[in-house]
Write a protein that binds this ligand. Structure first.
Ligand SMILES: NC(=O)c1ccc[n+]([C@@H]2O[C@H](COP(=O)([O-])OP(=O)(O)OC[C@H]3O[C@@H](n4cnc5c(N)ncnc54)[C@H](OP(=O)(O)O)[C@@H]3O)[C@@H](O)[C@H]2O)c1
Length: 329
């Protein structure tokens, strides 16, 4: 990397005030948290729904970026889903995410964006990575076969940020969060992630007076959870900070077993039956705890603990349950 490029990558951004900030995927769970996090920043927010701008459409994306000239980009929009959606629709996950990332990241370079933060995922790390998983574990081993297509698309996004930094001196970085939860989550019976899935089924078991709540696997795998509002605050932090690395893990620094998560949800929902584990269903990866030394060094740490975070998720679920706004994709 040239001297000029080193300087470009490491410089900080004084303020978001008055800056043209594009949040892709702003109607999703993390995107709407990002919009909330920008309240009071006095930034000029650029928001494009899928109906206004399909991110898979290269011509439309470049034309929009040439016209709107986003200076700072939170690239959040992607095809997202749980293990069932990933194992039944791998072609869609790989194809759409490669198109979206390619269009947004290359467009950011072509239209002179000052900085871009790309959201990857912890499934990009090898299943046999040493715990806690440091950023340099990327591309060192095999991936979970159930979500490999999605993981490969996210690895491609990380490598695009690296390649544009190296070749063009672009200040593009990637972040890796753990399992996210919070307001705006997707509660689709088959397509949701672990927390949303258990939360919905616990609620329905409570309403139905069911004696048992079935949770997939044996309850022993461990998951690190991060509230979306914490991740949005971290993304703002890395956007402003002089980021010298091209990749940052952003987590809370600890994990919980699925049975611990289920019992917090049981408590938050007020379900009084018994949790039983369906051991015929797969456990998935046993552990994926992120090493968060880099982001701690940069001066950010998570603040929302799981119980209060899950309460805010459940309040949002109750407000939207069976309403037209309930996102079940
Ligand atoms: N959820 C997690 O646990 C988790 C964990 C690690 C990383 N991540 C990453 O975090 C980011 C946000 O995830 P999320 O959970 O907030 O997902 P989400 O709720 O599904 O939001 C994704 C957003 O992207 C938009 N989008 C998808 N395809 C598009 C297209 N072709 N054109 C325009 N917009 C498009 C969606 O639009 P519609 O509203 O029209 O569908 C939606 O607003 C993703 O990059 C994901 O990979 C998520």
């Amino acid at each position: 990397m040239s001297e000029r490029n080193e300087m470009t990558s490491a410089s900080s951004i004084a303020s978001l005030a008055g800056r043209r900030v594009w949040i892709t995927g702003h109607k999703g769970m993390l995107g709407s948290a990002m919009v909330r996090a920008m309240a009071g920043e006095d930034a000029h927010l650029l928001l494009t729904s899928r109906a206004e701008l399909d991110l898979t459409d290269k011509v439309a994306v470049l034309a929009w970026m040439e016209k709107s000239r986003p200076e700072l980009i939170f690239h959040i929009g992607a095809k997202v889903g749980g293990i069932h959606a990933n194992s039944t629709l791998p072609a869609d996950f790989l194809h759409e995410n490669l198109l979206i990332q390619s269009n947004v990241i290359d467009g950011a370079y072509r239209t002179g964006a000052e900085k871009l933060v790309f959201v990857a995922s912890n499934c990009t790390y090898p299943t046999d990575a040493q715990q806690p998983i440091a950023e340099d574990a990327l591309l060192t081993g095999p991936l979970d076969s159930n979500i490999r297509a999605y993981a490969v698309s996210k690895i491609a996004g990380i490598e695009m940020c690296r390649a544009y930094r190296r070749q063009h001196g672009s200040n593009f970085i990637a972040i890796i969060p753990p399992n996210l939860y919070g307001p705006g989550d997707n509660y689709h019976p088959q397509h949701s992630h672990v927390v949303a899935g258990i939360l919905r089924r616990a609620h329905e078991a409570k309403v139905a007076g069911a004696k048992e709540l079935v949770v997939w696997g044996d309850g022993t795998p461990r998951r690190e959870l991060l509230h979306v509002d914490d991740l949005a605050s971290a993304m703002k932090h890395v956007m402003l900070a002089p980021t010298t690395h091209d990749l940052y893990n952003i987590g809370c620094g600890h994990d919980l077993s699925i049975s611990e998560i289920a019992s917090i949800i049981e408590d938050v929902v007020g379900y009084e039956g018994r949790i039983v584990y369906d051991k015929t269903k797969p456990n998935g990866t046993m552990r994926k705890l992120l090493d968060i030394s880099r982001i701690l060094e940069l001066g950010w740490k998570a603040e929302i603990e799981e119980k209060s975070g899950l309460r805010s998720a459940y309040d949002d679920f109750l407000a939207r349950y069976q309403s037209p706004e309930m996102r079940e994709r």
